[in-house]
Design a protein around this ligand. Structure first.
Ligand SMILES: Nc1nc2c(ncn2[C@H]2C[C@H](O)[C@@H](COP(=O)(O)OP(=O)(O)OP(=O)(O)O)O2)c(=O)[nH]1
Length: 207
């Protein structure tokens, strides 16, 4: 965790990242944002079950808000950042593969086609949502060969199962794509620019 506070003199409230995501942690650390991690124990499936009225972007925001609120209710002082990512493909929602075999079948079904990643984020203070936002990226997957796919899965291994699309864009996963249309950080799971802007506006980070 970064120990160089970039906040303005006199310090700032603590920022808590309510996420187990290594990618989200790395993005904030690399940006020099001081924070703590406290994983939100949220039943995402239960929220998905009652959110059928929401589109994939709206669901990402609702899940991000639920995670931020779950931690914020237990900490009356901190600013809590929750985040969630949904993958929309073929008119439906894709969730994380449970095995590399499932990841193989998933990637085969998406190759040569377009899917969208929606990364939502929310900030909560004292058990109230004070900000939320979402960003979307269009992912244009190339029609890679079975041989490439097998080599990719062998090279990347089980780490892929923590990623909603069974790929890590910052790794060999970049070779799965012909192009992407949108923000790199949003692919990794956080709409970083609007989150940083809100943290500065709120005075949690220095302007
Ligand atoms: N490193 C990396 N991670 C990715 C990429 N694409 C998606 N992900 C990760 C970011 C998130 O950790 C995960 C999306 O799942 P969720 O939004 O449910 O978050 P996760 O379960 O990881 O943690 P959380 O629910 O916030 O505690 O997929 C990528 O290209 N690279």
């Amino acid at each position: 965790m970064s120990d160089i506070s970039l906040s303005s003199p006199g310090g700032r409230e603590t920022l808590i990242l309510a996420s187990k995501s290594a990618a989200r942690r790395a993005m904030l650390e690399n940006a020099g944002v001081p924070f703590e991690v406290r994983v939100a124990g949220v039943d995402e499936d239960a929220i998905k079950a009652v959110s059928t009225d929401l589109d994939p972007a709206g669901l990402a925001v609702r899940l991000a808000e639920a995670k931020a609120l779950a931690v914020s209710r237990d900490d009356e002082t901190a600013w809590v950042l929750g985040s969630d990512q949904t993958l929309a493909f073929d008119g439906g929602l894709i969730s994380k593969a449970k095995s590399l075999d499932a990841a193989r079948e998933r990637l085969k079904s998406m190759r040569g086609r377009i899917h969208h990643l929606h990364s939502g984020a929310a900030l909560a203070v004292k058990g109230e949502i004070v900000w939320s936002g979402v960003d979307t990226v269009e992912m244009r997957m190339r029609d890679f060969s079975d041989a490439f796919l097998d080599a990719y899965l062998a090279a990347e291994g089980e780490a892929l199962l923590a990623c909603v699309g069974s790929y890590r864009l910052e790794g060999m996963g970049s070779q799965l794509f012909a192009a992407i249309d949108g923000d790199y950080f949003t692919v990794l799971g956080l709409p970083l620019w609007p989150v940083l802007a809100e943290l500065r506006r709120a005075g949690v980070l220095s302007a």
